[in-house]
Ligand binder design. Structure first.
Ligand SMILES: [Zn+2]
Ligand SMILES: [Zn+2]
Length: 323
């Protein structure tokens, strides 16, 4: 290698070194800058997060304080209400202890008298079972009772005034006018039912066998049920049914069909068969017979069913030995 070459090489080496150094310095600077930047950003973030955390903590503290203040106030209110209630109860207890038995009775009898006063000029509607002023019921238009509700509670025997709606005197047991009124009303209702019986079932003799609280309903076309009530008297109820069977027979009703029996009596009128059925008469209560009336209902085998003659016995049979 020549000197020139050597110098060139040295210079080029030096240059290369210088370049390398410059590059290194530049890189160092870049890294420093980046580190500086990151540090700044990091610090900013930290400080903003700290600020947020601080503000949140403040909010929470304020919330807790507010809530606890409200709790305290509610508890105070409740306590003072309880205190007041206790005081009021104590006052009421004291007041009650001062009321004597006589005062109570006086107050009660005043109330009773007020109730009686309110009914002094009221009359009873038998249909609605309510008391009204005037002559006619404002609810149903029916005629009100002649006597007032108060008069109906006055015992005719001993003169005790009972509360309206009482049926028997609590002092002597006598029947009060109210009970008589109810019975009269019932008699009127029963009369109406029997009138309807005559109109709707003219082919059958009308029920005149006792009881009360009659009822007649048409179950379906041509099929009726009639009921009577004997108020617990089962023997009277049974007798009434026997009486009615006899009454039917006196009026031309007869046993008919394959299974003749007084529980099914029939009568043919203008080609139509009428049937009075007392087989199920006590399937309800034992003191409430109900009779079925059926139009156009023929007995099993027909109304004119005749039982066939039994076959003639052989003369050689054992029966002849005993004649
Ligand atoms: Zn009425
Ligand atoms: Zn009495």
């Amino acid at each position: 290698m020549g000197l020139f070459d050597k110098i060139v090489k040295d210079v080029s080496n030096e240059m290369q070194k210088a370049v390398n150094k410059a590059v290194e310095k530049e890189a160092e600077k870049k890294v420093d800058e980046a580190v500086e930047k990151a540090k700044t950003e990091y610090e900013e973030e930290i400080s903003s997060a700290r600020a947020e955390a601080e503000s949140a903590t403040k909010d929470i503290d304020a919330g807790i304080k507010e809530a606890s203040d409200e709790w305290k106030k509610a508890a105070d209110d409740l306590n003072s209400s309880l205190e007041e209630a206790k005081k009021a109860m104590a006052e009421a207890d004291e007041a009650m202890s001062k009321i004597s038995k006589e005062d109570w009775e006086k107050a009660n009898s005043t109330l009773e008298r007020m109730a009686l006063d309110a009914l002094k000029d009221k009359h009873i509607c038998p249909k609605c079972d309510e008391a009204f002023k005037g002559e006619f019921c404002p609810k149903c238009g029916g005629k009100l009772s002649e006597k007032t509700a108060l008069e109906m509670g006055l015992c005719p025997k001993c003169g005790k005034q009972e509360m309206p709606g009482t049926e028997f005197c609590t002092a002597c047991g006598a029947k009060l006018p109210y009970k008589e009124f109810l019975e009269e009303v019932q008699v009127g209702k029963d009369r109406e039912v029997l009138d309807r019986f005559r109109r709707e079932l003219p082919q059958f003799p009308v029920w005149e066998c006792g009881g009360s609280s009659f009822d007649l309903s048409e179950l379906e076309e041509g099929r009726y049920i009639f009921g009577a009530w004997f108020d617990g008297d089962e023997a009277a109820a049974q007798k009434s049914v026997k009486d009615y069977q006899e009454c039917l027979k006196r009026n031309g009703f007869v046993q008919a069909g394959k299974y003749p029996d007084d529980e099914h009596l029939y009568k043919m009128i203008d080609g139509v068969c009428y049937h009075a059925d007392t087989e199920h008469v006590f399937e309800g209560d034992a003191d409430s017979p109900s009779v079925y009336f059926l139009k156009g209902d023929e007995p099993p085998g027909g109304f004119d069913y005749v039982k066939p003659e039994p076959a003639k016995k052989s003369s050689k049979g054992f029966g002849s030995l005993f004649r």
